[in-house]
Design a protein around this ligand. Structure first.
Ligand code: FNR
Length: 184
């Protein structure tokens, strides 16, 4: 049975480099990993007052989709040396109601992406902080800071270089091993 992995992309824009990298990883991953994108752009901002018997339908859809997966792959840009607000909102929505977090115990991996040289280092490490609290065992090595991303993708968002393909392939292999090691 393949392991179902949620792909959460921190960018909302159509032409997102991060989404292109995430989808490339989905295509490259060994058959043992079934990586499926989970939408976050329709999630109303987290507001505890909306946490009634009928929460926003998008929250319920999101929580159900994450619950149905065994692991989470985050691919995110960096916004102002941290994570985009949309990604933080998704983490918050999934973390509640109190005691019913959909994140708890799910292995995670982080890929940060930037057109700049630093590869989203700040976002990568800021994301690790909430994942500690959310009890998501997060892969430590290999790390993935994808810098100068525009030079790695063609106009259709496809990977241009074999070494990028090999790196992302080895990253997904390591994640598969990490999931196996940490689950249960
Ligand atoms: C950025 N960008 C950016 N890049 C970076 O490397 N470090 C940063 O701190 C920031 N800060 C930042 C803030 C805001 C509000 C925006 C909109 C952008 C640039 C960012 O990396 C670039 O727009 C990427 O293309 C965003 O990723 P996607 O949307 O292509 O996945």
């Amino acid at each position: 049975m393949p392991v179902r992995v949620a792909l959460i992309v921190g960018s909302l824009r159509k032409g997102s480099y991060s989404r292109a990298i995430g989808l490339a990883m989905k295509a490259i991953a060994a058959p043992g990993l079934e990586i499926e994108p989970v939408q976050i752009d329709d999630l109303p901002l987290y507001d505890p007052d909306l946490e009634t018997d009928t929460p926003p339908p998008a929250w319920t859809r999101f929580r159900d989709e994450i619950s149905a997966t065994e692991a989470v792959l985050f691919v995110t840009p960096e916004y102002n040396r941290s994570i985009p607000g949309a990604l933080k909102n998704a983490l918050d929505v999934g973390s509640r109601p109190y005691g019913q977090s959909v994140w708890s115990g799910k292995p995670a991996a982080i890929v940060s992406v930037s057109p700049g040289a630093l590869g989203g280092f700040g976002a990568n490490h800021h994301l690790r902080q909430p994942l500690v609290f959310l009890h998501m065992p997060t892969m430590q090595q290999p790390e993935a800071y994808i810098g100068n991303v525009a030079s790695l993708l063609d106009e259709n968002g496809q990977l241009k270089k074999d070494d990028t393909r090999q790196f992302l392939n080895s990253f997904t292999d390591a994640f598969a091993a990490w999931i196996e090691k940490t689950k249960g």
